[in-house]
Design a protein around this ligand. Structure first.
Ligand SMILES: [Zn+2]
Length: 306
């Protein structure tokens, strides 16, 4: 965690350089002061955070223990990845309305666990949706059946999410890197849709609750894959985010979505130690609240609710 982020909630997040930094430290400090003073001016108001021209914005919405990620662009496109749990219905609906969302171009239900789809029926009923993607996986729960009922009553075009699908998204490129064909042994977590977003030279990977098995299949299929930001799989569980996956992707920002004092002890200590040892900047919804990340195509900017 950088010092400037502790003192204020908004900052520009950039990769860290070790050796160079020690050689050019004085010069960097001058540049940093100038840079920060410009950006502090930029960041003084909420609107000031918005890059001037074209941008992509990701909101990792604090829905306690669960996932809800809103992706929007300066070109007006909208994608919601997961809804959070049923107990978060009011919060997610008011977040979307407060953001001025009138309709959703895409909604992705990463996998049929309650903490990802519990509020989905309410969202489907509240907002017109063009395309709804979900994996070929079912769950014998009220959350799943109410989501399906809501979909049947909606005009959304429902599509099966599969590895390799590219969404018709203009602001950059959005590719589904998972799920792979599901076998009887596939756990629901490993049926997760994994969403890869490229915008300018920046890239972001949203892993749902995918675990080690899916991570290694992704690396096999996409050997040159990189990501500046990763929304860690399964809320920072040690069954996801293996060292080989993280070292391959080389992210400099990680997001953990989890509830305060959650029953599962997430994120796991091994995951936190891995991020620490690789000097990856961590943001987490239990301590930071909702997290907003902007890309202007070359750098990432973050602002946290707390
Ligand atoms: Zn989950």
């Amino acid at each position: 965690m950088s010092r400037q982020r502790r003192s204020r909630n908004a900052t520009v997040i950039r990769p860290r350089h070790n050796v160079l930094f020690s050689y050019v430290f004085p010069l960097l400090m001058v540049v940093l002061v100038l840079f920060l003073s410009i950006n502090i001016a930029k960041l003084q108001s909420w609107m000031g955070l918005v890059p001037d021209n074209e941008w992509l914005r990701l909101d990792f919405i604090d829905v306690g223990q669960g996932d809800a990620i809103l992706v929007t662009s300066s070109t007006g496109e909208t994608l919601l990845v997961d809804s959070g749990g049923r107990s978060q219905e009011k919060r997610i609906l008011s977040f979307l309305r407060d953001r001025g969302i009138a309709n959703l171009d895409y909604v992705i239900a990463t996998h049929p666990h309650e903490d990802h789809i519990g509020a989905m029926a309410a969202i489907i009923r509240a907002f017109p949706i063009d395309f709804f993607y979900m994996p070929d996986a079912v769950n014998n729960t009220a959350a799943f059946s109410t989501m399906i009922s809501a979909l049947e009553e909606s005009k959304a075009v429902v599509q099966e999410a599969r590895e390799g699908i590219v969404l018709a998204w203009k602001a950059g490129k959005i590719t589904l890197l998972a799920p792979f064909p599901i076998t009887s042994a596939t756990s629901l977590n490993n049926s997760s849709v994994v969403v890869y977003i490229e915008y300018g030279t920046t890239s972001m990977l949203l892993c749902g609750d995918a675990e080690e098995e899916v991570e290694s299949r992704i690396l096999t299929k996409y050997p040159t894959l990189r990501a500046d930001l990763i929304k860690l799989g399964h809320h920072g569980s040690s069954t996801s985010s293996t060292p080989s996956f993280i070292d391959h992707l080389k992210p400099y920002v990680a997001i953990v979505t989890c509830g305060t004092d959650n029953d599962y002890g997430l994120p796991h200590r091994e995951t936190l130690q891995l991020l620490e040892s690789r000097r990856i900047e961590l943001y987490r919804t239990d301590t930071n609240g909702s997290i907003t990340v902007y890309s202007d195509g070359t750098a990432l900017y973050a602002e946290t609710e707390k």
